[in-house]
Design a protein around this ligand. Structure first.
Ligand SMILES: Cc1cc2nc3c(=O)[nH]c(=O)nc-3n(C[C@H](O)[C@H](O)[C@H](O)COP(=O)(O)O)c2cc1C
Length: 419
């Protein structure tokens, strides 16, 4: 798998760093390609009045989000505004670091249920749980979003778009019906709660306001959609090449994400096979829903699907229809109302202590899901097309788009048999 990345940095350390290796040469890249996604991760909406500095993140976000001004610095892999094929190094400063620098802080010894405090301390032998939480904090996803933005720019060269929207917060669900994916994504960009259904968004706002008064926290569900993908990314031939598994792993690697569904997976589990599977029909490419690549040219016609209950993947390979991932986030584990725990310093029962925290981070989580999806899809596209520069890849992509099924040489024209 040609693309990989590493991140480094702690929540209140000086800097977050990411290195992305395997990005081809020739991609125009500047911080302006990255900063809008970083702003979205902070909970700042498109067109917020006054731009970033005066913007107020949505209700339920930690006050930290008002303090940070996340912007990326490109410190490697880019010259004269284009990638050179070398590892791309990115940095984002933690402004909050200034407040903590040189300050003696009491050790934290009461682990919060639901966080990485206890598991991290047991594994690494920490006596101060801050060593767990500093790296386990979702602040790390700032670096991932920066990497994802580079991958998004790469995918855009091939017409691939990735977006997200919130469908549920604390049991308040959006009613999206047949709303096209592009519209869902566009409306979410303008919505405080990242939700395309205005009425639900207001109800979600109220639900979060209430939970803050109750000194509790909430989770929810968001969907990530990828449009414009060609058929044939990923593979059925080996477990770790299945794109379905790779995308699921990427989603579950995000802090607090505990479930992922591809297409209508859980609803499909209640239906019959003939109710579920997306029939393959000959037709006009215009019949396809939502996207223009969900067709395969064959003889004088097109092979198309009328439905997309599979969520754009069959056999771990893209069908050419939109990929749809539904991701479940658990409620935030730092709660104002304490939970019972054990003080590791005394061995006595103890209540958890509160530190500044999100009450609900679902509206910010979608952009992190997008970033991880962009990375996996860019990796899969690179695998499919090969190449060291964008100039090499673009003609190959065009050839893929023009491909007709009958022109693909078959390995063996005769009947399959086992020797
Ligand atoms: C965008 C985002 C913001 C988060 N903010 C907080 C937070 O303010 N407080 C907190 O306790 N957990 C927060 N979390 C969740 C923790 O990082 C997560 O629960 C913890 O790392 C333990 O990992 P796990 O939940 O995957 O087991 C956040 C997660 C995301 C994705």
């Amino acid at each position: 798998m040609p693309l990989r990345f590493l991140t480094s940095g702690e929540s209140h350390g000086p800097t977050l760093t990411a290195i992305l290796e395997g990005m081809p040469a020739g991609l125009p890249l500047s911080p302006d390609d990255i900063n809008p996604d970083l702003a979205r991760r902070q909970g700042i909406r498109r067109g917020d009045p006054g731009g970033r500095l005066e913007s107020r993140p949505y209700i339920g976000a930690s006050p930290r989000m008002k303090l940070e001004r996340d912007t990326a610095t490109l410190v490697g892999g880019v010259m004269a505004g284009v990638t050179i094929g070398a590892p791309i190094a990115l940095q984002v400063q933690n402004l909050d670091h200034a407040k903590w620098r040189g300050k003696a802080v009491e050790p934290m010894t009461v682990p919060r249920p639901g966080h990485a405090d206890l598991t991290g301390a047991v594994k690494y032998g920490y006596s101060d749980l801050r060593m767990s939480l500093e790296r386990a904090s979702a602040r790390e996803t700032t670096a991932r979003v920066a990497v994802g933005a580079v991958c998004r720019k790469f995918l855009a060269q091939f017409g691939v778009r990735v977006g997200s929207y919130v469908t549920e917060i604390g049991g308040v669900a959006a009613a999206l019906g047949e709303m096209p994916l592009e519209e869902r994504i566009g409306r979410a960009l303008d919505s405080e709660m990242g939700c395309p259904d205005e009425a639900a968004s207001l109800a979600m706002h109220d639900r979060v306001q209430q939970i803050m008064q109750d000194k509790d926290t909430l989770g929810g569900v968001f969907e990530v959609a990828a449009l414009g993908l060609p058929p044939g990314l990923g593979s059925h031939v080996h477990w770790d090449r299945r794109l379905s598994g790779r995308l699921a792993q990427a989603m579950l690697s995000i802090h607090a994400m505990k479930g992922v569904e591809i297409g209508e997976a859980f609803a499909n589990a209640k239906r019959t096979g003939t109710e579920v599977h997306d029939e393959i029909v000959l037709g006009d490419r215009r019949q396809t829903t939502d996207d223009d690549l969900a067709f395969i040219a064959h003889r004088s016609s097109f092979i198309v699907r009328k439905t997309n209950r599979a969520g754009g993947l069959e056999g771990g390979i893209t069908t050419g229809q939109p990929i749809i991932l539904r991701v479940a986030m658990k409620p935030i584990s730092t709660t104002l109302n304490p939970l019972m725990s054990v003080d590791l310093a005394t061995g006595e029962p103890a209540a958890t202590e509160y530190e500044r925290s999100d009450f609900c981070a679902v509206p910010r989580a979608g952009v992190i899901g997008e970033a991880m999806a962009c990375f996996v899809l860019a990796d899969a596209l690179l695998e499919k097309l090969g190449g060291d520069s964008l100039g090499e890849m673009l003609p190959r992509f065009e050839a893929l788009r023009q491909m007709r099924l009958e022109d693909v040489p078959m390995l063996n024209e005769s009947q399959v048999f086992w020797p």
